[in-house]
Design a protein around this ligand. Structure first.
Ligand code: F6P
Length: 527
């Protein structure tokens, strides 16, 4: 039976008719304990979802849907290593990467090598071709081989190791790598080539440029071993690239790229914050894994986030969702979550190859607060669209300065309150606003939001936060009955780009391309 025809779905659809006209003002007025009814605390985190447009009945119906979707059963399949990524016949075992004493031996072996490598770089035992210490690390990777470590290095800037700078290059545009190389010293720079497949065009192009740059100074091929390490599942291709096996940190096809921060893909982060701190990141994620598996549905934070997204998307009609960290250090979180959520659940075909029958992943976007308030929040407040928001706030500042943090938090709370409750015409008039301006000063409100409070931003809480969203994505995949772990939608563009490359180099013609593409080739090549 298609999802939307199921009794649980139909019950929700009927219930939504009753909820849609209700305003958050009314929902709050009807329940003085709404905050305690619709918030959950877990291991230092607090999730307040009282500003979502739900009632107790909504939650009960959503949980019934999760039960009908056999969420527990799918969790067990994932934990048992069944190939739940069925279109690629792969297991989904990123939790095994952070399982501590329970991790598979191959995971432990790579973690031990990562630790040793970090210690050698930090202590200065690892030297460049001219015998100097490493001062700069450059992670070359894209997508899941970039966004996680890049975001986490920025997030944990307050924990950074002294005397080691970590840089990230992703774009095949030479404007990414060229200015960085211009400021680096080849004698003291170490490159991490991060690519699960080791076939990604952007990464290999940048890696070749980096190697040429290094060899221009070193003058000998053997210098590659002192300045390049690789992270990949494809040991044949890393060898072909010239990176010795001793410098390759392996991971496995059961780790999805967007779930790979916990694998060797986290090496740049481990170098940036030190091994002890990296283990704390794993510990935080592990604690969230345990919560996800053991907590009751009503207390389960990842499931709650997933159910709210499904409710807002499929029953209240939201087509986008915003993630708004009130933390400059988390400014790359929206970009990270864009890949995690949209590459996982941006799909319209279910596990049986049939149409899902309903909208799936909303378009996710966001920006660190307060910056977004001075650009796009206008549309949240008065643009007439429903845009559910996830606000994130830290109880303690990671860079405490007098006056800053309180102001940041005040803005975070002000925005979620303004979005929820708005401002009525009567309230505007009571403030003695000239009548002609009244329509412009009305805020409809009723924008749903959740606020997640972290006690502080550190490796442990970052681990909790990221695992929370990973499991949210898993739950949504189960609810929509789709495979969250493949990404066939990225393939067509890659194939076309490889056909277009020779044409843009002036080699040949391809009449099978459409008139627009051919016209653009001509414009870009002056032919
Ligand atoms: O093109 C999409 C994608 O395959 C992502 O899923 C992945 O994270 C990224 O490219 C990079 O892939 P790789 O790590 O194999 O270079």
């Amino acid at each position: 039976m298609n999802l939307v025809d199921s009794p649980a779905w139909r019950a929700l659809a009927a219930h939504a008719e009753a909820i849609r006209p209700q305003h958050l003002r009314e929902l709050f007025a009807a329940d003085v304990d709404r905050f305690s009814h619709f918030s959950r605390a877990q291991d230092g985190l607090l999730l307040d979802f009282s500003k979502q447009r739900i009632t107790a009945e909504t939650l009960a119906l959503l949980h019934a849907l999760a039960e009908a979707a056999d969420l527990k059963g799918w969790q067990q399949k994932m934990l048992a290593g069944e190939p739940i990524n069925h279109t690629e016949n792969r297991a989904v075992r990123h939790m095994a990467l952070r399982a501590d004493k329970q991790e598979p031996p191959e995971v432990r072996a790579v973690l031990e090598r990562m630790q040793q490598f970090c210690e050698e770089v930090h202590s200065g035992k690892w030297r460049g071709f001219a015998g100097e210490h490493i001062t700069d690390i450059v992670n070359i990777g894209i997508g899941g081989s970039d966004l996680g470590p890049r975001m986490a290095v920025r997030a944990l800037a307050a924990q950074q190791q002294p005397d080691l700078k970590v840089h990230f290059i992703a774009n095949v545009d030479g404007a990414d790598i060229a200015p960085l190389l211009a400021q680096l010293n080849p004698r003291t720079t170490l490159f991490i080539i991060a690519s699960k497949t080791f076939t990604t065009l952007e990464t290999l192009t940048n890696a070749r440029t980096a190697r040429t740059w290094l060899l221009a100074s070193a003058g000998r091929e053997s210098a590659v071993a002192q300045h390049f390490v690789a992270i990949s599942t494809n040991l044949e291709l890393t060898e072909q690239f010239g990176i010795p096996a001793a410098n390759v940190f392996e991971f496995w096809d059961w780790v999805g790229g967007r779930f790979s921060l916990w694998s060797a893909i986290g090496l740049a982060l481990a170098l940036a914050i030190g091994w002890r701190q990296f283990k704390q990141l794993l510990a935080g994620a592990r604690a969230m894994d345990k919560h996800f598996i053991e907590a009751s549905p009503a207390d389960n934070l990842p499931l709650t986030l997933a159910l709210l997204t499904l409710w807002n998307t499929d029953f209240l009609g939201a087509s986008t969702a915003a993630v708004l960290p009130y933390s400059q250090s988390l400014s790359l979180l929206p970009a990270y979550l864009q890949q995690l959520e949209m590459e996982s659940n941006g799909k319209q075909v279910d596990r049986d190859g049939d149409p899902v029958g309903t909208a799936t992943c909303p378009v996710l976007w966001g920006e660190a607060g307060t910056n977004g308030q001075h650009s796009f929040y206008q549309l949240f407040h008065q643009g007439g669209r429903i845009i559910p928001c996830d606000f994130l706030a830290l109880r303690e500042a990671d860079f405490p300065l007098p006056g800053h943090h309180i102001s940041l938090l005040a803005n975070c709370l002000a925005q979620s309150a303004a979005l929820a409750f708005g401002q009525t015409a009567d309230e505007v008039r009571a403030a003695k606003v000239p009548e002609a301006l009244v329509p412009y000063k009305i805020f409809p409100g009723n924008q749903p939001s959740s606020t997640l409070v972290l006690p502080a931003l550190n490796p442990y809480t970052l681990g909790q936060l990221l695992a929370l969203y990973e499991h949210k994505v898993f739950c949504l995949g189960v609810l929509w009955n789709l495979n969250s772990f493949d990404q066939w939608g990225v393939e067509l563009g890659k194939q076309l780009a490889s056909r277009l490359t020779p044409l843009l180099a002036g080699e040949g013609d391809d009449a099978s391309f459409d008139a627009s593409t051919r016209g653009l080739i001509a414009a870009l090549t002056n032919s």
